[in-house]
Design a protein around this ligand. Sequence first.
Ligand SMILES: O=C[C@H](O)[C@@H](O)CC(=O)C(=O)O
Ligand SMILES: [Zn+2]
Length: 273
Amino acid sequence: MEVRHATSPDEVDRMGTEELRGRFLVPGLVGGAMVRLVYSHHDRLVVGGVTPGTESVALPSPGALRSAYFLERRELGVVNVGTATGRITVDGEVFELGPKECLYAGRGARDVAFAGHGASFYLVSTPAHAVFPTRRAGLADAEPVKLGGVEGSNERTIYKYIHLNGVRSSQLVLGVTVLAPGSMWNTMPCHVHDRRTEVYFYFDLPADQRVVHLMGRPDATRNLILAGGDAVISPPWSVHCGFGTRNYAFVWAMGGENQAYDDVEVVAVPDLR
Ligand SMILES: O=C[C@H](O)[C@@H](O)CC(=O)C(=O)O
Ligand SMILES: [Zn+2]
């Protein structure tokens, strides 16, 4: 497991493209047959991914966690970012996840394994100080919210899975946003939330297309050009929004001080620099 230390906003102004990408971009999480994990000291989020095939692949217990098993002191959100239905087994119970569907595994689950040809699993984990039950959340359970419009090229559907009025968790908040054909912008106007770190994982984007993701303080934005399958860490001081060269989907996940989805400071478009 790769460990990344936290970055202060003062450091960002001095960084060139490669250093910026090395700090915040997490490429290659899915596509491999072994679970890949990256630990960020921003709110101690762990992101990961695996593309298992028909053989079942177990969630490892990295030494850096100093725990008997991965979820001893943690909780986990998983989204199937592949194109076929996959299976996740949690302590012997099997959950089927179609594309864009979600599983929450609570603190204390000992054995987690992934399988399914054509499925790819994206993982986000946060520390947990309370136990919440393991639950599956399908597209139909998410009460999709439609936001935006064609004028702003941001017609999109937000599926909230793990949140205060959905699947309950200790601190993790997670959902999937799907852009409609012809819509390119996510999260515009953008925002910051100093009480939470957020990670985006972009997918459903053809290999020759890209998302221009904006990060940084609202008055000093920087851009990262991302491919489908890339995750990007947004520290609490950073905006997080982007526009694609075509439409796409992304998983958003947060950990931190609170779970209030609406607790954000919106940045007016003319205030961006
Ligand atoms: O804090 C909330 C997150 O940034 C996302 O949920 C925003 C998002 O999916 C969108 O506007 O498209
Ligand atoms: Zn946000």
